[in-house]
Structure formats: structure tokens, C-alpha cells
Design a protein around this ligand. Structure first.
Ligand code: ZN
Length: 243
């Protein structure tokens, strides 16, 4: 079985469609969605509907879903993000809201755990950037693999039995028996690691590999839609830099 792991779509339909196009050659058997389907981008409702059409194996909530539902207070967000939460809240329909309400914060199946931020206190949406950040989640993992998003910075953390948490150098890792892997899928719709291409992951359960992939998309169309929607211009411009 091969799964695509997608996170932080953020209402960017151009990026989402480009990822699905890139995946069309990969014989994907199912999808994991790690949350923040909405927020920042101009197409939150269309992004939800496209995700639902994929019938994901698991789909969880991120802080932007919780913001839209009023479960995370707006003062958690910076000014631009809060503006995006308010705008998004106004454009979702009842079906969209109903779907978001039904999303859990974590999901475990087989060898995989998923959470938007971190496994310790998932409702706080903590960021994982460093091995030190990853440590608490890795200790809590009951499966060999945990996929996270939220930081918009793709990366692979590995802890071998008896070892410390280390950053795996490279984009494709072989899953070793007895080791734990915390994999940040990066962001489909708003990459922040200096690479503006959409980020996603392919998890090959049969071959025991996890690979971070990137794909180009139509950034200019996504930018123009954000500006036309009246969202903060900085949310449009950062897509060019991937920052
Ligand atoms: Zn996000």
C-alpha cells in the first residue's frame, strides 16, 4: 500500500491540484490529511470539497480549523492569520463547517500516528522544528511513524533504539525495525522553508519507505486570488518566496 500524506493545504487550490497531478503517476492507495485545510488561501471551501472527494483514510484538524470553529481563540494567531481565520469563517458553508467539526486531533492506524502540531497536548498546536522539539512526541509514539505538519518545514527526525533524536539528512528514509520516525510533511499551500514548491510525502507501507516530495504549481494565480479576496497582501507575496 502507498499513501500520500498532505498537510497545511491552507485553501491553496492551485497547489493542492498540482500535488494531486504529481501523485497521479504514483498509484496511491489512500490519503492522510494532517490539518490546516483552510486559512491563508482564497479557496478554503473548494479545498475542503476536493479533500473530501479523495475520501482520505484519515483527516485531522489543525489550528486553523479550530480557529474557524471558535475552539482556538483569535489571540493565538498573529494579525494576518487572524484576518485569514475571520475571512475563512465567512466563506465556508454549513457542510464545510460540519466536516471540520467532525475532525479529530489525532489518529492512529497500523504503523502510523498523525497529529497537526505535536503529540503532547495536541490542542495546543506546538511547533516541531528541532530534535529537541521532536523529543516529547517521539517518546509518546506507540507506532514507528508519526506524521506532523504545522511548521510548514518538511523534515525527518529519527530515533534509533537507545539513541538520541537526530535529523535524517535526505528526503527518502528506509524505516528500520526498532526505530521511531517523526516526519514533518511540510505544507502543500504555504511552504516556509525557502522552497516555494508544494511539499507532500509518500509513505510506502509495503516497501517501508517515507519520501518527502516537492512540486511546482501556479503561484501567480494563487497570489492574485488572495489579493482579489481582500486577504492581507503579505499572504500572497510569501508564496513567491516560500517563506
Ligand atoms: Zn498551517
Amino acid at each position: 500500500m502507498r499513501y500520500a500524506v498532505i498537510s497545511d493545504i491552507h485553501g491553496n487550490l492551485e497547489a493542492f491540484k498540482a500535488v494531486l497531478q504529481a501523485l497521479s503517476e504514483d498509484r496511491i492507495d489512500g490519503f492522510y490529511s494532517l490539518g490546516d485545510i483552510v486559512g491563508y488561501g482564497a479557496d478554503p471551501s473548494a479545498a475542503i470539497k476536493l479533500l473530501r472527494s479523495l475520501d482520505p483514510k484519515a483527516s485531522i484538524a489543525g489550528n486553523h480549523e479550530w480557529g474557524v470553529l471558535g475552539l482556538t481563540k483569535l489571540d493565538y494567531f498573529n494579525a494576518d492569520a487572524a484576518a485569514a481565520v475571520r475571512w475563512t469563517t465567512g466563506v465556508l458553508d454549513e457542510k464545510d463547517r460540519g466536516y471540520l467539526k467532525g475532525l479529530p486531533l489525532t489518529h492512529v492506524s497500523g504503523k502510523v500516528t498523525i497529529v497537526h502540531g505535536s503529540l503532547e497536548n495536541p490542542e495546543e498546536f506546538n511547533y516541531i522544528f528541532t530534535p529537541a522539539d521532536a523529543g516529547d512526541s517521539i517518546i509518546m509514539m506507540k507506532t514507528p511513524i508519526c506524521f506532523v505538519g504545522h511548521s510548514h518545514a518538511p523534515g525527518i527526525f529519527r530515533k534509533r533504539k537507545g539513541g538520541t533524536v537526530e535529523i535524517f539528512i535526505g528526503s527518502k528514509v528506509d524505516i528500520e525495525d526498532g526505530a521511531h520516525y517523526l516526519v514533518n510533511a511540510g505544507s502543500v499551500g504555504q511552504p516556509r522553508d525557502g522552497d516555494p514548491r508544494a511539499s507532500y510525502v509518500i509513505y510506502d507501507e509495503t516497501n517501508g519507505t517515507v519520501e518527502i516530495r516537492r512540486t511546482v504549481y501556479d503561484i501567480e494565480t494563487a497570489r492574485k486570488k488572495i489579493i482579489a479576496a481582500g486577504l492581507p497582501a503579505s499572504l500572497a507575496d510569501r508564496l513567491r518566496e516560500g517563506s
